[in-house]
Structure formats: C-alpha cells, structure tokens
Design a protein. Sequence first.
Length: 162
Amino acid sequence: MVFQNLKSYDGHFVIKHYKKEYTERKKADGKSPTYDDVVVTPLNKEKCVMFQVGKLRFLDSFQFMSTSLENVVSLLLKSGREKFVNTTKYLGNDDLVFAKGVYPYAYMTSREKIDETKLPPIEEFYDQLNDEPLKVGDYERAQKTLAYFGMQTLQNHQPCHV
C-alpha cells in the first residue's frame, strides 16, 4: 500500500490500530501461535520510511518525489485534463474534481464523527502543523465538493452518480 505522507502522519494511524491477532497464525503442531514477520525501516524514533507486516508493505510515496503531490498534479494538469482518463470517467471534469481537498484532521477524534451529515465549522479545519486557519474560499469549496458528489456523511466519500 502506498500512502502520501506515511512517515509524518498517516503511518501513526496504521500503527496505532495494529493488532497482533491480525497476524497470528497456527503452527503445524496446533499448540502455539506464530506471527507474520513485521519489518520496520525507521527514519528516527518517531518516523518510519516503510513498514511491512507479512507480505503487506506500507510505503511513503513522498520519499520518492522531489515535490508535493499537489505540485505533481498541478504540473500534470498543464498537459490537459484528457490525460486523466479514469479521473474524468469516474469523477467528472468539474474544477472541484481537480482541486486539492481539505480535511479537518484535528476534529476527527472519534469514529462517530465520520457519520456526521455536514462539515464541521471552519474553525475545526485549523492547520495545527502550519499554525494557520483554513481560508474561507477553501471551506466554501469543501462544501461545494460534498454537494457535487452527493455525500451524505463525512465517511461517504464515493460519488453517488458514479
């Protein structure tokens, strides 16, 4: 599996919710369990570049790019939206489809919040990493995106019209 920003953010969620029983296997004797190999390639005490559980490998795609994913998409868009065959086929050709999304990371503190039927207030999108509020235009675009894709909850990220 490839993640954007695995080493800095997303990997913490995978590791936090990792459960030993997911990798437990019965030995041939049936008496004692064995566990799939877990391999971690650390960057430092808090960040890892890659980790693997059994045959499932988790990689940070950002380590292979010299620029952000947003910049890569921006550069690709200069060659035309027709190059995004699957994106336009399944999601449409609207500007909202090609705009960088926003997400209230700090707000999402429990499983129940993804079942909410509307966006949290703009203040909940505060970017703690960069210590800055969300721009009003970005919040309005997020509202339009939910409407465009017919999202009923924050979890329902699949467009209804596809």
